[in-house]
Design a protein around this ligand. Structure first.
Ligand SMILES: [Cu+2]
Length: 214
């Protein structure tokens, strides 16, 4: 039996707030990694096709109870030019996040979940990757850095593999769904959540279009 597919775009019709310059002057080593082109805030990124980037899209409900296979491949969260890269990631419950430090400075990774256990851990310059996982579903877990207050990432921790993150064209695709009726939820760090109910049959592709007004 072929799985169903739900895909679409997350559009943005409002006025995007202009990015602000991040003041890294208190951390000259961070500032130097930007080579004279100051870093900009990334909490709202509107793509050239009027869509929103970094929207986490997931199946919030409707799936049959099943122990979905956890990918053995970790999802990487890098610290690069004193920013988290990427800003938004998704993992399954129990799947590893591989945290790397590509910077010449020390960072302190500090997830601040509400459901999972909170932790924070120093990762010095040149230190090898750290593998960490989360034991409970939680959308989303914010991640701070105790050294650099501007650093922010968000991790969607989901009990199944049906999630996606919008990129530079604002689109998403969720494949391999069993036939069923689902609540699809979108999450954006500034503009919050939206939900739509979508029914998909075996081998079918259904569209779900989301619009944020800003
Ligand atoms: Cu840091």
């Amino acid at each position: 039996m072929n799985g169903g597919t739900i895909g679409g775009r997350v559009s943005f019709t409002g006025v995007a707030p202009p990015p602000k310059t991040i003041d890294m002057s208190a951390n000259p080593q961070c500032e130097r990694t930007h080579r004279g082109q100051p870093a900009k805030t990334e909490d709202v990124i509107v793509n050239s096709n009027a869509t929103l980037r970094n929207v986490f899209v997931w199946v919030k409900s409707g799936l049959p109870a099943r122990n979905w296979a956890i990918p053995s491949t970790p999802v990487t969260l890098d610290q690069q030019t004193c920013m988290y890269r990427p800003r938004v990631i998704g993992v399954m419950v129990g799947q590893n996040v591989q945290i790397t430090n590509s910077d010449p400075v020390n960072h302190n990774i500090h997830p601040v979940p509400e459901i999972n256990a909170e932790w924070n851990d120093m990762q010095s310059a040149g230190e090898g990757p750290k593998l960490r996982s989360f034991s409970r579903q939680e959308v989303m877990v914010p991640v701070k850095c105790n050294v650099h207050p501007w650093m922010r990432a968000y991790i969607g921790v989901v009990a199944h593999p049906f999630f996606a993150i919008t990129g530079d064209d604002g689109s998403f695709t969720i494949k391999g769904l069993p036939p069923g009726t689902y609540i699809i939820q979108t999450w954006h760090e500034e503009y919050g959540t939206q939900e739509q109910q979508v029914t998909v049959g075996s081998g079918e592709t259904k569209a779900a279009e989301f619009i944020y007004k800003g």
